[in-house]
Ligand binder design. Structure first.
Ligand code: F6R
Length: 608
């Protein structure tokens, strides 16, 4: 996750951009840079390290110019050096980029063959050469930017300025946020409204596929088809920008939409996209599992369901025996901890009392303790032997969404790392699985386009008093998570079941008033899940099937379906989490509940 700021202005913009970048430093701070147009030419200052270092560089070598872009980086591709720092530039264009360009290898090879010389190890630099290539072919900056964006795969946002085009700035959004600020004589681009708060209180949020062309105060937004479009311009107060909902009604909606970006950020910490392989500097960490006799996984609520998915991955990929239980039970059981065992705890807040107590007990019993946490300074992070951070950013909505998928991203990466360390995964398998994981941000962004359809289904679900969820394998914990999400924010009674368990009792609940959400990726267990689904339908059950294209086609007639992008089944838990989150969000909206602060709950449960 990196921070982007751009100003098409009427004064020297570099000091102002530097100031705005400081408000984005939470997004990354291992290197930074600013580029401006000086008499029509691109000039730039970059530095490794925090923004203060860039401030020193600007102090000794001031940067003039009224049009400029700036960036604070959190390295994904390439070390945090000055050469890899943004903006990247050619003679014709300078670009800042946030996110991942998945197809950078193919594009780099193509552009190198066409005579382009690359300076950095970043994926971002391909955008510079691609735009330059189109400009060299005679396209205008706007045409070149739109043509380039159509060729870049991944989840990202971009801002660019062009030689000989003072006042011109172009931005693009595909899966990572970009806000446009409207001033009277100037215009702005920023990763969030908070960065823009001192400049303007009029902000529009780009939608996926949008390209914005800014000429001084004139702003035109084009949609993914290249048609001029309008995006609502919202007026925010400076204090509102501090708790910015990114143009959404609720933090939960904002956090659901942040997932392509934060999953990418979390994966970037664990995977090296150049391989793609798991990061080799994590050898010590993988060592913890290379000889482990057993892994105990524990957590509470949603974090526990992430851990349950992890159990399937560790068993399959690393052939590691796993025991899992909720922390409130584990801490009081007479658990028989093995010699050379490891214990993994998952927590967004890092403060959940039961999880912390279970960790302390496992440590006292001689286990190597590992924590997947979102809050780096939390108690669980401080007490665990090994910390695996997630990079979901602050999660404000009480219902956990982005923290859950980031936990899954970290668990999947760690399971691959464990498989490599234990010799159960070949090099080819490692590459294949890592490549699939790196596609997750793009596929999540692609799925989010179906939101209007899920809004309608959420309204239907809201009419029910009971809803059942079912799935098999890693989709079973997702069924539990779907039911938890629905009950906690819409107050509709919901239960999740392993699909094979339905006939052992729960099927008695089925009638035409009980929607059954069937989570069935097209995997090895698909046919089994579908026969359980048929048993439900034979008893009048109203099935909402969540599957991919082929799964939906093969399943036959159901009450409703949600189509998830085709992907390897390994990715399914991350992708299928999004429809269950959106379904409960829209059911809650239809019920008129307090989505971000549902009754009786607290974000961090620090009591037993
Ligand atoms: C549900 C939810 C909770 C938390 C649980 C653990 O949406 O958010 O079930 O997952 O309270 O919290 P953490 O992850 O902070 O330990």
């Amino acid at each position: 996750m990196c921070g982007i700021v751009g100003i098409a202005g009427t004064r020297d913009v570099a000091p102002v951009i530097l100031d705005a970048l400081r408000r984005l430093e939470y997004r990354g701070y291992d290197s930074a840079g600013i580029a401006t147009l000086v008499d029509g030419h691109i000039d730039r200052r970059r530095s490794s390290g925090k923004l203060n270092k860039l401030g020193d560089v600007l102090h000794s070598r001031p940067l003039h110019g009224h049009t400029g872009i700036g960036h604070t980086r959190w390295a994904t591709h390439g070390a945090p050096t000055e050469t890899n720092a943004h903006p990247h530039a050619s003679k014709r264009v300078a670009i800042v980029h946030n996110g991942i360009v998945e197809n950078f290898r193919e594009l780099r090879d193509e552009l190198k063959a066409a005579g382009h010389t690359f300076e950095s190890q970043t994926d971002s630099e391909v955008a510079v050469h691609l735009v330059t290539d189109y400009l060299d072919k005679g396209l205008s900056p706007s045409e070149a930017a739109q043509a380039a964006v159509r060729r870049l795969t991944g989840a990202y946002s971009l801002a660019m300025i062009f030689t000989d085009h003072d006042g011109l700035m172009i931005g693009a959004r595909k899966g990572a946020p970009l806000a446009v600020g409207y001033g009277t004589t100037e215009s702005y681009l920023g990763s969030d409204a908070f960065a823009l708060a001192p400049f303007t209180n009029k902000v529009a949020y780009l939608e996926d596929g949008d390209v914005v062309v800014i000429k001084g105060p004139d702003i035109t937004i084009y949609d993914s088809e290249g048609r001029p479009t309008n995006r609502e311009v919202k007026t925010t107060s400076a204090s509102a920008a501090l708790v910015d909902k990114g143009g959404k009604k609720h933090f939960m909606a904002k956090e659901i939409h942040e997932q392509p970006e934060v999953i990418g950020h979390t994966l970037a910490h664990y995977l090296d996209p150049a391989g793609p392989v798991v990061q080799r500097q994590g050898v010590g960490l993988r060592g913890a599992l290379s000889k482990a006799s057993r892994l105990t996984i524990s957590a509470c609520g949603t974090a526990f369901y992430a851990g349950m998915v992890g159990k399937y991955w560790f068993e399959k990929l690393a052939r590691l025996p796993v025991e899992s239980d909720v922390a409130s039970e584990l801490r009081y059981r007479d658990v028989i901890y093995p010699k050379d065992g490891a214990a993994l705890f998952v927590s967004q807040s890092g403060e959940t009392a039961d999880t912390l107590a279970a960790l302390r007990e496992a440590k006292a019993q001689g286990q190597t303790t590992i924590a997947i946490v979102n809050v780096a300074e939390s108690s669980i992070a401080r007490e665990a032997d090994i910390v695996l951070p997630t990079f979901a950013g602050p999660e404000i909505g009480v219902a956990s969404t982005k923290a859950f998928t980031c936990q899954l991203a970290a668990l999947a990466s760690f399971a691959i790392a464990a498989g490599v360390a234990r010799g159960t995964l070949s090099e080819a398998d490692e590459k294949r699985l890592c490549a699939q994981l790196l596609a997750a941000p793009r596929l999540v962004a692609e799925f989010l386009k179906q939101e209007p359809k899920i809004e309608q289904l959420g309204q239907e679900i809201a009419k029910a008093t009971d809803v059942l969820y079912m799935g098999r394998g890693p989709s079973y914990p997702l069924a539990l998570e779907g039911a938890l999400k629905l009950k906690e924010i819409s107050y509709i009674h919901a239960e999740g079941y392993a699909a094979g368990e339905m006939k052992h009792g729960p099927i008695a609940l089925i009638d035409e008033n009980v929607p059954v959400v069937v989570i069935a990726p097209h995997d090895a267990l698909f046919e089994k899940t579908i026969s359980n689904m048929q048993e439900v339908m034979a008893r009048g059950g109203k099935v909402l099937l969540i599957s991919d294209k082929e799964g939906i086609a093969r399943a036959g007639d159901v009450w409703a379906s949600i189509q998830v992008p085709d992907a390897d089944p390994f990715l399914a838990p991350i992708l299928y989490a999004i429809p269950v989150q959106l379904l409960s969000y829209y059911a809650a909206i239809a019920k008129g509940t307090d989505v971000d602060q549902p009754r009786n709950l607290a974000k961090s449960v620090t009591v037993e």
